[in-house]
Design a protein around this ligand. Structure first.
Ligand SMILES: [Fe+2]
Length: 194
């Protein structure tokens, strides 16, 4: 979901075999996507993310970001079912820009704490708008949050603690070409609209 320090090379490059525990999660996600209603589907997908976030097998995707930064590691992308799974490792003080997403998803906290700030887009006319804070909370290990698409889901994540944090992200996009394609960075858009 996030810009900043995409320095990590995907461990699912063609020369690597996808681990069985990733394939199991992939199959669970594919099954969940067959649900008869979006409400049921979302509940099932949340359970998939929750289970994966507490599965220590996924810890191999934890990276070592630079001080104050975060790294994004693509775990799996599924061009057929159109979803991607990635892990973010957050150094103390790491923070995303204010952004929205180009598709929906779910964020599970594996370890540490992540601050979530949500914003509302207020249209001012003539293509101008303002971004107004409207909610904030701290997500702890085991929590899974919805990441809504479009203006409904404008947010910023950060690690406000002195310890590393790790999060697992499921997005309903094939991000194999560009992991940052999920993001719609409002700080950049706002600048470009002025
Ligand atoms: Fe995000």
């Amino acid at each position: 979901m996030i810009q900043s320090t995409p320095t990590f090379e995907s461990p699912t490059a063609a020369t690597h075999k996808t681990p069985d525990f990733v394939l199991k999660t992939r199959d669970d996600i594919r099954d969940s996507l067959q649900a008869s209603s979006s409400h049921h589907r979302n509940n099932l997908l949340k359970e998939c993310v929750k289970a994966a976030a507490k599965n220590s097998d996924f810890e191999r995707y934890i990276t070592a970001p630079k001080p104050g930064a975060y790294d994004r590691a693509i775990i799996y992308t599924d061009p057929a079912f159109y979803f991607s799974l990635m892990m973010l490792t957050w150094a103390p003080g790491a923070k995303t820009p204010i952004h929205g997403h180009n598709s929906y998803g779910f964020v599970g906290i594996c370890s540490g704490k992540i601050a979530v700030e949500c914003f509302e887009r207020v249209n001012l006319g003539d293509s101008q708008f303002s971004i107004v804070p409207n909610y904030s909370c701290i997500s702890n290990a085991g929590d899974v949050a919805d990441a809504h698409s479009g203006a409904e889901g404008i947010h910023r994540l950060s690690n406000p603690t002195t310890r590393q944090a790790v999060s697992l992200h499921l997005y309903r996009m094939d991000l194999s070409e560009d992991p940052a394609a999920i993001n719609d960075v409002y700080e950049e858009r706002r600048l470009s609209s002025l």
